[in-house]
Design a binder for this molecule. Structure first.
Ligand code: GUN
Length: 288
């Protein structure tokens, strides 16, 4: 029987720690503010944005909402980001993705000041992570790392296999595991003998985007299996990229879906907002 890694409980613990920290900062006269921008009214985005604002409220972070119509021009959005970049009262800027098709997503990501890039998507943030400098780390991989660490597993010297090479999850996940001294392999759609590579893993992070693709035949006995996927199966039930029923008897530890990685993403966004104070102080230091 695998240990179930409870993302709901761990994320609650992290949010409570952050709440205390934010209260301490408030006593020193420091208030944290996150600007959240949504363009259009995609229902899934509205739910995500609502959850982010709720988390801010719980922790004591002020959130400023910008709900822009679908037809907002790229120029207008860039203009708003420029204003928020220059506003000292705003610590973090988040543009909910996806943006409408007429807006260039990469341009938007690059427009957000790296000092306020609490999503960790800016090329400067990704670069800082890869050379071990202070910067924001993308929330989902940061959440996976926190789950592994807080469940008591060490990474140093372990065979770590990541399936998926997206800019938001797979690549930063690989960098984080490497930073923790894991031996890291990143697999993707062209990887040969995927099953054999996965079977070597002490820590297997699955972000393939295919429902229940990874069954027990990919998993070494006792491995820590982290499932980043979220889908609805044929019965409309939530499931991950991992076939939980198949893998759970083989794994040493496993994250459920829902209740595994999902709740950690927002907790890490909140952590990035709190860390913005140090990152902005470091940047100021470098400038002077
Ligand atoms: N859309 C889906 N996930 C995310 C996320 O983590 N950040 C942003 N900005 N948009 C998203």
């Amino acid at each position: 029987m695998a240990q179930i890694i409870d993302g709901k409980q761990i994320s609650k613990q992290i949010k409570d720690e952050l709440k205390e920290k934010v209260a301490e900062l408030k006593e020193q006269g420091i208030e944290i503010c996150l600007a959240v921008i949504q363009v259009g009214d995609d229902p899934a985005s509205t739910v995500y944005v609502g959850n982010k604002k709720k988390a801010c409220e719980y922790i004591g972070i002020r959130s400023e909402s910008y709900e822009l119509p679908e037809e907002t021009t790229e120029e207008a959005l860039l203009d708003l980001i420029g204003r928020l970049n220059g506003d000292d009262r705003v610590n973090g800027i988040l543009v909910q993705l996806p943006v409408p098709e007429h807006i260039d997503e990469d341009k938007i990501i690059r427009a957000i000041s790296p000092k306020k890039d609490v999503d960790g998507f800016h090329p400067m943030s990704v670069g800082a992570l890869s050379i071990g400098q202070p910067g924001y780390v993308s929330c989902t991989p940061a959440g996976v790392l926190a789950l592994i660490r807080r469940s008591g597993f060490s990474i140093e010297g372990k065979e770590c296999v990541v399936i998926g090479r997206s800019n938001i999850v797979g690549k930063p996940m690989g960098m984080l595991l490497l930073r923790e001294n894991g031996t890291v392999t990143i697999c993707h759609s062209k990887t040969k003998n995927l099953r054999d590579v996965c079977k070597r893993a002490d820590i297997l992070v699955v972000a393939v985007g295919k429902p229940k693709m990874i069954d027990a035949s990919y998993v070494k006995e006792g491995a820590v299996v982290i499932d980043v996927g979220i889908h609805r199966d044929a019965n409309n039930k939530l499931c991950g990229d991992v076939d939980y029923a198949s893998v759970e008897p083989v794994a040493g530890a496993i994250t459920p879906v829902p209740g595994g990685v999902g709740p950690m993403t927002i907790a890490m966004l909140m952590k990035n907002c709190v860390e913005s104070i140090q990152i902005q102080a470091f940047a100021k230091d470098q400038e002077s």
